[in-house]
Design a protein around this ligand. Structure first.
Ligand code: ADP
Ligand code: MG
Length: 242
């Protein structure tokens, strides 16, 4: 059974249909990468998976449980996922450690000692153990994004959703974040992410979905979709971003 499964997902904003009929699945331990032009609905898809957007139609299941059922507790569903955005959104007045312990303490009511222990472990995971007491402003953009990833990991998510997490970074800082994602993936973290870093996508993806006009226009292994695309639109997109 897939960890995350979407079937026939539809999402509009007013009369603008963004996701028309999206179906995809992410198996436990897999990394699925969404590619597609700006505006093709990649962020919306991730936000739907995390129930930050309510879908108009279709079904999303996590581990066989239908999370699009309105009776489901959205906070509980979200607590099983980590979501990281392009803009890392750290609180500048809090230390790195406080940023990472905030959700476990406030949302999950984890005791301070345990939250800090978990936060130190998550910071060590992202290679920032020694920055626990720094302020976000004292860190580089790449380090701040790694803190944001630690903040997502601290809740021990079963699924990590990553929305263009390197797009806001200076080019020389992109590598350290991609390297971290590659390592998390090799450790078996299940991930659904979107990126314009096509070479990275090819390296890390078990499965690639090219979004166009509100549907998964072409999907398959990275070798298939990026290495040997069958659809004209996929080829045109890849030649633009390369
Ligand atoms: P991508 O991440 O692939 O660039 P998005 O999911 O951000 O695409 O956006 C897809 C389309 O949906 C865009 O046309 C965007 O303007 C529109 N859109 C996204 N979020 C909203 C919203 N909250 N309200 C209205 N339109 C939105
Ligand atoms: Mg986006």
């Amino acid at each position: 059974m897939a960890l995350l499964e979407m079937r026939g997902v539809r999402k509009s904003f007013g009369d603008h249909v963004v996701l028309r009929d999206v179906s995809l699945s992410v198996e436990a331990g897999q990394c699925v990468v969404l590619i597609g032009a700006s505006g093709s609905g990649k962020s919306t898809l991730l936000r739907c998976a995390n129930l930050l957007e309510v879908v108009d139609d279709g079904v999303i299941e996590v581990d066989g449980q239908e999370i699009t059922d309105p009776r489901v507790d959205a906070d509980e569903v979200r607590s099983t996922m980590g979501l990281v955005f392009q803009s890392y959104n750290l609180f500048p007045h809090l230390s790195v450690l406080e940023n990472v312990t905030l959700a476990p303490r406030k949302v999950h009511k984890v005791a301070k000692g345990e939250a800090e222990e978990r936060a130190h472990a998550a910071l060590a995971d992202v290679g920032l153990a020694e920055k626990a007491h720094a302020r976000p402003d004292d860190l580089s953009g790449g380090q701040q994004q790694r803190v944001a990833i630690a903040r997502a990991l601290v809740n021990r998510p079963r699924l990590l959703l990553l929305d263009e997490v390197t797009s806001a970074l200076d080019p020389e800082l992109v590598g350290e974040v991609l390297e971290l994602l590659g390592r998390l993936r090799s450790e078996g973290m299940t991930m659904l992410l979107n990126t314009h870093e096509i070479d990275f996508a090819r390296d890390v993806a078990d499965h690639v979905c090219f979004l166009h006009a509100g549907t998964v226009h072409e999907s398959g292994t990275a070798e298939q979709v990026i290495g040997d695309p069958q659809q004209e639109r996929t080829r045109a997109f890849l030649s633009r971003v390369r």
